[in-house]
Design a protein. Structure first.
Lengths: 114, 115
């Protein structure tokens, strides 16, 4: 299996621009998680999906952030408009329901907003 | 609410020696899951080892083992025969069986391997 795939690996954009991050989970996994990692705040869960349905988006910082999962093999995290404080590494992870579960992480997208 | 604490921001060890990373957690639940993840400079989070709270036996994966002390709410990671490739950030994580698979993360410990 190719593992969780994220694109792009690096994104540099200017304040006010729209940013879209993409994720392809491991085939057969029914949970998908979006995380943000910064030095100041560590690893934060933004939102997660189960069977393509958003279950908990309480970690989404504000309305500028939105996430979708149109099908089992693709998810996007969009920031519009972007701000410098959004600069971070964004991870996508997937897991399959079961006991015990394990989250498999993608390589992350390093976002820099100038 | 559950919390996870890693009290060592940074640890260093000589190559080939043994190092122990500490993790404590706070919970009122009796059944739960604990994990150690590794994040090397490549940034990708990699599962190192996991432990189910109802199991008495400490989990082991090759050179990695845990010391799970349920009463003390302690879950330390021991790395034996440290190798240069073990250099990374190590994160401890907790999952409740009632949490819909959300993980609660510690702040991480940076492990430095001295050649």
């Amino acid at each position: 299996d190719a593992g969780v795939i994220q694109s792009p690996r690096h994104e540099v954009t200017e304040m006010g621009q729209e940013v879209t991050l993409r994720c392809k989970p491991i085939s057969g996994h029914d949970y998908l998680f979006w995380y943000r990692q910064t030095m100041m705040r560590g690893l934060e869960l933004l939102i997660y999906f189960n069977n393509n349905v958003p279950i908990d988006d309480s970690g989404m910082p504000e309305d500028r952030f939105s996430a979708k999962m149109p099908n089992a093999s693709f998810s996007t995290l969009k920031i519009q408009p972007s701000e410098p404080r959004d600069s971070a590494v964004y991870f996508c992870a997937s897991s399959v329901a079961g006991v015990p579960d394990t989250q498999y992480f993608g390589p992350g997208t390093r976002l820099t907003v100038l | 609410a559950q919390t996870v604490t890693q009290s060592q921001p940074e640890m260093s060890v000589q190559e080939a020696e043994t190092v122990t990373l500490s993790c404590t957690y706070d919970t009122s639940e009796s059944d739960y899951y604990l994990f150690w993840y590794k994040q090397p400079p490549s940034r990708q989070m990699i599962l190192v080892i996991r432990q189910e709270a109802y199991k008495q036996q400490n989990a082991t994966e090759n050179r990695f083992s845990v010391n799970f002390q349920k009463a003390a709410k302690s879950f330390s990671l021991k790395i034996s025969d440290s190798q240069l490739g073990d250099a990374a950030m190590y994160f401890c994580a907790y999952r409740s069986p009632n949490s819909n698979y959300q993980l609660i993360w510690g702040a991480g410990t940076k492990l430095i391997i001295k050649p």
